[in-house]
Every structure is written in C-alpha cells, then in structure tokens.
Design a protein around this ligand. Structure first.
Ligand SMILES: [Zn+2]
Length: 209
C-alpha cells in the first residue's frame, strides 16, 4: 500500500533541512531511486557519473541495476569503489521468460533482498495479462514490489491497479536526462536493510517531477 502524496511527512523533511533533527539517532525522510543503468550495461554514464548526478539532486540512496545479459565482469567491484555519501545498493536487472521476456530487479541489502517486477507498463499487457504474469513470477521469485513507472513517467492505469504489491516509482535511467524524473521517499533509518524492509511493507511515497 502506497501512501498518497498528501500524507508525506513534509514537516520532518523541513526539520532535517533546518538541522532540528539528530539524523544519527532518529528515523528520517530518505529519497532514493531503485532502478538505474550505467556503462556496465547499456547506460550512457559511468557508475561514478550516475552516482554524482543523483547525489547532486539530493538523493540518499540509489540502486545500480544493470542488465544481466550485458553485464561487465567487474560490475560488482566497480559498484563497491564509488566515491559518494549516498547508500549504494548492488542490484541486477534479470531477464526472465514468462510467456515472453520480462524484467525483474534483484537488489541486495546487508541481509535483506528485494525483488521488483519492472516497468509493468512496457509490455503492452492488459491488466488481466499482467496478473497472469504476476502469478507465474511468484513461482520463480519472492516478489516484493512492482515498478509502475515507464522510464520515470507516470502510468496512471497501473497506479490504480488493484494488486497486492507495493507500487514503486523509479527512473530506469540510461542517460543524464533520464535522471530525477521519479523517485521514492520513505521515513526510516539510513541503512540498507531498513530501507528494503520499509519498501516491502509499502511504507514509501512515489514522487514525480
Ligand atoms: Zn532497466
């Protein structure tokens, strides 16, 4: 269940900006993107350039989710060597065959793992066909959420879809211009597993430019 935008805890964000909150000890409003691409697969920017672009836009965390079938062999090593103050999740976008190819991201926390059925608007599925794929995917992966945006753009038909998964907005960025269109915010500890646990519970807000 996603909260509506009107529920967003603006006050806490304002407090953090004003420095009224001890960010080390309390839950905080975090901004993040769970779907990005780099030159480690088909993205145009290097991982460091992607990190810099998101960090300069005020993000607290991002997930690198390069494609499995294009992946550079040293991808994990590169992701671990970035210079940034953001939390960086190591992830991978898996190509899965379920009556046609679909994409699922696997994102690693410290102990938690997050699986997201990606860009459900890109497959030209009817809502009924989508539910069939969801049922098949559930047999293959412990699915946690669905991405309802397409390259960062809103898909109103999927926002209102009655499904039992948290709905996530992401950029699926491949270029500098694709960065910052859609993101999630959540109020939790600034650590990987707390972020993943909050998303699994649907305790996040989808935000758009
Ligand atoms: Zn992608």
């Amino acid at each position: 269940m996603n909260h509506s935008l009107v529920d967003r805890p603006i006050k806490k964000a304002d407090d953090r900006i004003r420095g009224n909150v001890n960010v080390q000890s309390v839950y905080m409003l975090l901004k993040g993107c769970l779907h990005t691409h780099t030159t480690c697969s088909d993205g145009k920017l290097s991982p460091q350039e992607v990190a810099n672009a998101y960090e300069s836009r005020g993000y607290d965390f991002i997930a690198f989710t390069d494609h499995d079938y294009l992946l550079k062999p040293n991808y994990r090593e590169i992701c671990g060597q970035l210079k940034t103050n953001m939390i960086i999740f190591y992830g991978i976008e898996l190509t899965v065959f379920v009556n046609g190819y679909i994409h699922v991201t696997k994102i690693e926390g410290d102990r938690e793992v997050l699986h997201i059925f990606n860009h459900i608007g890109e497959y030209d599925f009817t809502p009924e066909q989508l539910l069939v794929r969801l049922t098949e995917l559930e047999k293959m992966y412990p699915l946690d959420a669905v991405e309802i945006t397409t390259k960062g753009f809103r898909e109103m038909v999927f926002e209102s879809l009655n499904i039992a998964y948290p709905k996530i907005a992401s950029d699926d960025s491949h270029t500098l211009g694709g960065i910052g269109r859609a993101w999630i915010e959540l109020d939790t500890k600034r650590e990987k597993d707390s972020i993943i646990q909050a998303i699994k519970k649907g305790k996040c807000w989808n935000c758009y430019i």
